[in-house]
Design a binder for this molecule. Structure first.
Ligand code: SF4
Ligand code: SF4
Length: 95
């Protein structure tokens, strides 16, 4: 859950361009939330919903510019719409 919204309903996570990625491991070693996994020499976004909503720190570290994220404004708009559908968040601990 993220602020009382099922995390899977929020499409915020990195996408790796396999054409650009060299498998340097920088993103894998940096992310403290285990979003990435190495499979041989290739990095995979194995746990996309463990990505912190709004975080894009690994993007700037990629030497190949291979990591992208959705448009944050669109995601914020979507979240605002989802919040209207959900009960207040007082009972849910924040992450
Ligand atoms: S944006 Fe942040 S939480 Fe998400 S994968 Fe990158 S470093 Fe991890
Ligand atoms: S930092 Fe960029 S080039 Fe390195 S493994 Fe991650 S996506 Fe690939």
């Amino acid at each position: 859950m993220w602020h009382n919204i099922p995390r899977e309903r929020i499409p915020w996570f990195p996408t790796v361009d396999e054409e650009k990625c060299t498998g340097c491991r920088t993103c894998f070693e940096f992310c403290p939330h285990s979003v990435y996994e190495m499979k041989g020499d290739a990095v995979h976004v194995s746990h996309p919903y463990q990505c912190v909503v709004g975080c894009s720190n690994c993007q700037a570290l990629c030497p190949q510019g291979a990591i992208s994220f959705p448009d944050i404004r669109e995601v914020r708009t979507l979240i605002a719409g989802l919040r209207k559908d959900e009960p207040p968040e007082e009972d849910t601990p924040r992450r």
